[in-house]
Design a protein around this ligand. Sequence first.
Ligand code: FNR
Length: 366
Amino acid sequence: PPLAALINADDFERSFEKYGPRKPWAYITGASNDLLTYDANKTCWHKLWFRPRIMRDVKAITTRTKMLGQEVTMPLLIAPMGIAKTAGDEGELALGAGAARGGIIHVQSTAASFSVEDILAAVPKTHPYFFQLYVDRNRKKTEELLQRLETMDQIKAIFVTVDLPVVSKREADERVLEEQKVSLYSGDGVTNKPDKKGGGLARTTGGFIEWQLTWNDLPWIKRFTSKPIVIKGIQTAADAKLALELGCAGIVVSNHGGRALDNAPATLLSLLEIRRDCPEVFTRMEVYVDGGVRRGSDILKAVMIGAQGVGVGRPFQCAVAYNTNGVEHLCDIFQDELETAMRLCGVTDLNKVRGDMQYLNTSELD
Ligand code: FNR
């Protein structure tokens, strides 16, 4: 369908399901085992209701904010996703260029289809970038990668993903027995070893991820980078506290979009647990959340709980089928939905309602 016919984030996934190739569709939209965490991520946002305030002047509003010191048009990240060429030939080049047009930041995956140099070349020089790091079992490779990134001023932070020490069982991805042709999709970070456990693209490309990574390795990572470190994949207040104590700049509350441990809690529940048990995390670090965010109103909810911003994954990967224009169009949709939700809630500046739970009713989640 023409891009203009796509009017919300789910439309991008539905369109890819209908018209996209089977194997990439199974890889991109799939999740672990019984999809319990995948489903819960979404339905929890649906159960969080607003307490709108009325009769306020909502003509002039702003969605602008900062992420790790970087100015953005709205608090939305394109979550890191591997091998974006599965969705379209431009892959991460479209994600980067589309994010720049939308004024938001793309977090590039270690497992990208292009090298970081090629991706940055597709983005205006002044536009900030974040890099997602999977530590390699061959630690020398990680050291070299971090040293390479250290020379790139455009990359403003390193997001270290920690929720996937082993790639999980993704049954849709394993059932579609199309020839894998991983080499078609892979950039310099991707290992390409066929996996004995099923035929999933995820298990084929993710076999390099270090499974012996611990909190004690943070000083080792810091030796090779001066950029702020954000831990992606925090799911409990206890771990959020550890990240804070160890001097991280931020965390992403994430369960990998339901693609890691099935029956892990919905990220909204983890976010609320951290707020309840360790509220200082929100004032002393930047807290991000991803998983099932599909509406501008979900962004507003996350900010009201105290998040600095949210990440969105699958819909953006599916937007790559429409190249840069698709990614930009999805940014526009989120921008419009966020502004509309703010006005209808009586909110004119996100930075004034961050952490202000008086706008939220959590009774269906209690
Ligand atoms: C991911 N995710 C991910 N995370 C990461 O840190 N490094 C990666 O390489 C990938 N790869 C990846 C590929 C694909 C196709 C998907 C869908 C996801 C997880 C991603 O960053 C994010 O946590 C979730 O996608 C958020 O959930 P939603 O928005 O997709 O529901």
